[in-house]
Design a protein around this ligand. Sequence first.
Ligand SMILES: NC(=O)c1ccc[n+]([C@@H]2O[C@H](COP(=O)([O-])OP(=O)(O)OC[C@H]3O[C@@H](n4cnc5c(N)ncnc54)[C@H](O)[C@@H]3O)[C@@H](O)[C@H]2O)c1
Length: 239
Amino acid sequence: MARLALVTGGARGLGAAMSVALKDAGHRVVAIDVNEQTGKEFTEKTGIPVYLVDVSDFAATKEGIAKIVADHGPIEIVVNNAGITRDAPLHKMSAEQWEAVIKVNLNSMFNVTRQVIESMREKGFGRIICISSVNGQVGQFGQANYSAAKAGVLGFIRAVAQEGAAKGITANAICPGYINTEMVAKIAPDILSKIVAKIPTGRLGEPKEIARTVVFLAADEAQFINGATFSVNGGQFTI
Ligand SMILES: NC(=O)c1ccc[n+]([C@@H]2O[C@H](COP(=O)([O-])OP(=O)(O)OC[C@H]3O[C@@H](n4cnc5c(N)ncnc54)[C@H](O)[C@@H]3O)[C@@H](O)[C@H]2O)c1
């Protein structure tokens, strides 16, 4: 059944691929992003509306999602995808680097999902899909902030899955491995080639390979898949 889907960070990288894949699957799609130019170009290319909302800010997210609901109706599928990195080993990490990553990657789970959970409960249907990371499963040098936030996402979906199950709501996480996006392009080439050498598939993943998992979890037929974590990482790490 066609539903209304919201993808955060949905105008670039993995989020852009998710927005397009959900649209191609027949859903109505709205994206949230913080980058005005990226949002404008994405809407011109795809016809998917992009709302400028900072999901790390509770009040701004409440206001932004209220506007989306007023314009498009209640959100039935939410993909919590927006994320950032601010890498440094712990002994060099600043409080700003720690807080920025926790706010965007973890607080956003609450800030966004809190706005849609009540209407999902009323409707008796909801799909909450949260983007974690392989580095939230195994940890990563230089990413104490990011690994902590992404591991927190896994606890979040397990609790929300239990709360929503009887109301037709599922909450699941996807842990991408290393995917060919601008986030990964920021990694130094010598480090990246060492990372790729450890991926059994022998290459980076493509955004559409994560988007495919999102479409699968968003389906009406996916109701019994709840509280689960999907590793999509070319066999790099499985749990
Ligand atoms: N690329 C990878 O290999 C990889 C691997 C594992 C997990 N992830 C996760 O997947 C998600 C998407 O990653 P990506 O590689 O596409 O990143 P990206 O940087 O290419 O895109 C992220 C998008 O989120 C938006 N965004 C950032 N902060 C925001 C905020 N506060 N409010 C709203 N939008 C915001 C950005 O403007 C951007 O459009 C992230 O959560 C990331 O941690 C990525």
